[in-house]
Design a binder for this molecule. Structure first.
Ligand code: MG
Ligand code: MG
Length: 264
């Protein structure tokens, strides 16, 4: 079942989303060479819980041990934070954050450069962020889920990057993962109709090589099969008659936040 939310329910999801946006805006100064992913996880948990009633939605979700997912370089998603994993100059780090506030969930991810990164890595991040912007702009009433994936495809086709197809976005609300699934490929006009009140986590994931993935022996960390770099950008977005309402961008000095905050 696809749930529809009132605008005041979206407001609450957006208050959780603003906590995520605030956290992500603090991270560029902390995602630096020599820092462990465990220390970043600790900072994230402290930041989230410093807001009354807010908890990290991923901690314990399906048994996940961290407060946030931190995925480095070829790791696509679900990287487990560790004090033994030290970031190096040139890494790219995807940090995926869920917040639960007053019984509502919000979900957003961003990929950060560690110090100076290669031209190729920077391009991968830019294209993936651009894919998110296009996908969010497609999230309007009367479109279909396939229009969102088609928007990702339009940005990525003609580049050297692969769209990771085995992982998808999702509805978000009372639970982190709700229906419908939001693939990052699609055909315009196909899939479930987008209706006012839906709240969707839209999250393109790209690989600098082939799009195939595998899960490491830890049972969590998803990597590109060819160990190519990957990037992941995500927003939780409400479908409204006034257009896409980005619920996880408040206060974020980033392209997506600035380009879509007029409707948030
Ligand atoms: Mg996420
Ligand atoms: Mg998600």
């Amino acid at each position: 079942m696809i749930n529809l939310r009132t605008s005041s329910e979206m407001d609450t999801i957006g208050r959780g989303g603003a906590i995520i946006a605030g956290l992500l805006s603090e991270l560029p100064a902390r995602v630096v060479p020599g820092v462990s992913t465990g220390a970043i996880d600790r900072f994230a948990e402290d930041f989230i819980t410093s807001h009354e009633g807010a908890v990290p939605a991923f901690k314990g979700l399906y048994g996940f041990p961290g407060s946030v997912c931190i995925s480095v370089n070829e790791e696509v998603v679900h990287g487990i934070p560790s004090y033994r994993r030290i970031l190096s100059e040139g890494d790219v780090v995807s940090i995926d954050v869920g917040v639960r506030l007053e019984g509502w969930c919000s979900d957003s991810a961003w990929t950060f450069p560690v110090g100076e990164i290669s031209e190729g890595a920077r391009s991968l991040l830019e294209i993936t962020e651009r894919a998110l912007v296009a996908a969010v702009e497609a999230a309007v009433p009367g479109h279909h889920v396939g229009d969102i994936g088609a928007a990702v495809v339009r940005v990525v086709e003609g580049t050297e990057y692969g769209i990771i197809r085995e992982l998808v976005g999702h509805g978000v609300g009372r639970d982190v993962h709700e229906e419908p699934q939001i693939p990052n490929i699609g055909r315009p006009g196909h899939g479930p109709l987008l209706r006012e009140g839906m709240v969707l986590a839209i999250e393109p994931m790209l690989s600098a090589g082939a799009p195939n993935i595998r899960t490491l022996d830890d049972g969590w960390t998803v990597v590109t099969a060819d160990r190519a770099l990957s990037a992941h950008f995500e927003h939780s977005v409400g479908i409204t008659k006034d257009g896409p309402r980005v619920l996880t961008s408040a206060g974020r000095p980033a392209e997506v936040g600035s380009s879509t905050s007029g409707t948030a």
